[in-house]
Design a protein around this ligand. Sequence first.
Ligand code: IPM
Ligand code: MG
Length: 352
Amino acid sequence: MKKTIAVIAGDGIGPEIVGEAVKVLKKIAEKFGHDFTFNEKLVGGAAYDAFGDCLPDDTLKACKTADAVLLGAVGGPKWDSLPGPQRPEKRALLTLRKELGLFANLRPAKVWAPLKGASPLKDEIIGEGLDLLVVRELTGGVYFGEHSRAADGQSALDKMPYSVMEIERIARTAFESAKKRGNHVTCVDKANVLETSRLWREVVQKLHDAEYADVALDFMYVDNAAMQLVRAPSRFDVILTENMFGDILSDEASQITGSIGMLPSASLRADGFGMYEPIHGSAPDIAGKGIANPLATILSAAMLLRHTFGLQTEADAIERAVGKVLAEGARTADLGGAMSCSEMGAAVLAAI
Ligand code: IPM
Ligand code: MG
């Protein structure tokens, strides 16, 4: 298979972790006879320093014309004083999501058996393990509604719009995902307060009854969901939710797995095109030290192969290799070990 991958490593630990993931993808290409071209571009603060723009046209174009995008992380204290719209998070990340039409964000959170002890939850709460998927709507809601400040500076407004079309397509992603997993969707909202949530409930229920009646569906208020995630996380299979609730709940879900350094993500369009990134950030405090955990990015590369290229065997090979090195005791600092970023990458390569 011949494919081009836009590689935008970004800031902080981005270049270190993405470097290891690219080595893994090259190894997969060699082993399974694929031809992957890596088109590396600057994004985030790194691009701002070089070109005065966190998302230069050239980078956006490279992403739009690639078959898939691999992203590290953007942002850091150096660029925190930029005006809102120019900041790496808004200008690079949110613009990429919108421009590429990536409305479906998949954030799987699972406890890897060898890392069970790393979870802050008690054994009896974790039970047999924990494996859930947050399906977060990524291009609508309050992130992309109007943001404004009154002329007198005495009030501000953030609008939270949602259309039936936006809700229906993300609900479809959640039901389709659930069919491949535990066949259970929990739609998380705040329908006791928000009109958008009431629309979500109607649209999700209607789609369920018409096309996915065989998938179990329940609804939960977001405050309760935040509580159930630490009280009884195994009650969840797929959590379907809007943009901001998904942002918050996915960070919470990541922590119950033990390390945010293990969690990959996919941001997808309906045709399968996607951008893949670890859910953790640029970690400026440890950048350049070579101690970051590359596994979340390596697992994101596996998701890329599975979801955008349809390469199941290759994706499985990466995930099995990660399971194997963890079982053998490979640990970076976030997992309580002393392995460097490149040593962890090399261990995964060897296991493949
Ligand atoms: C995430 C991040 C982003 C978000 C920030 C950096 C804008 O927290 O991907 O979860 O809120 O979506
Ligand atoms: Mg977040």
